[in-house]
Design a protein around this ligand. Sequence first.
Ligand code: UD1
Length: 321
Amino acid sequence: MPKILVTGCAGFIGSWITQTLLERGATVRGLDNFETGLRENLDPLLAGPHRLDFVECDLRDADATARACEGVEVIFHQAARPSVPRSVKDPGTSHTANLDGTFNLLEGARAAGVRRIIYAASSSAYGNQPGFPRRETMMPMPIAPYPVQKLAGEFYMKSYWQVYGIETVCLRYFNIFGPRQVPNSPYSGVMAKFTLQMMRGERPTIHGDGEQGRDFTYVENAVSANLLAAEASADKVAGRVFNVACGDRHTLNETFRILAQLLDFREPPIYGPTREGDIQNSLADISAAREAFGYDPQVGFEEGLRRTVAWYRQQYATAVP
Ligand code: UD1
């Protein structure tokens, strides 16, 4: 197997990709700056027979990033400063982390002769335009700074394929959830946040009327999309963008109800104002990924929720009164 680099290897999705690669016997280098990643996610990756070659590095440091790319053939670029509301509050920091970081990585990859990069793009790039399900051929209409940064990263990826021949593949994630998603930050993904709040007996707040929907996607499906995209032949994937989702839409009200049932939480949610920069709905057509590299999500919404709740219960058992 080629030498692989995972950026954001201590983060939610990055750590799962890294762990899966190591379990398959790959030689993996990982980098993280711990701005949103967690050291505890690294511990299992640094133990065991196939140990991660870990580099503490911030992608805003171009020289360190270039060094991390040396000798690498394939990169999974997961490092980012995620969250739509965080980018609304502080667009500058998001911009440098997401866009300058991605640019430095591309330049490092170019200098090192990296063959392929799989890039974590965002479904938020579709914005609020009419037309469901979302297809990759639709014109992007990002609203908040975060989707603009993620989309600009996609264009950079495409450029580096066309101009420099690096086989870049953009995977537009649709609300990935599951174990290891940070639950206790104001910018946490809704699923993780609601789970921990209910476990603590706190009433979650739904922004808006709760009828907004998302194509929530369990993390294992996203990991499989990454690995398949890395293995696919270049003529099927290079320079292209793919939705990574389940192809199902679930509202926040529905999500709240199922989580409440799983956690035996009996209070109603609090309804608050709509969040600035939010999109109303998302639902993906996943046929392009299916056709190009055989993507086939195996874990559905409810099964994903069950696994997620079981994990948080075990992980945060001592933290809950
Ligand atoms: C999420 C991801 C983003 C990714 C995008 C597309 C996170 C933090 N964000 O954005 O990185 O690019 O999907 O895959 O994982 N909500 C509440 N109450 C809360 C928190 C959220 O009602 O306490 C609502 C939000 O207003 C929104 C929905 O839940 O309508 C989803 O929010 P969030 O989990 O933050 O995800 P996205 O903004 O969709």
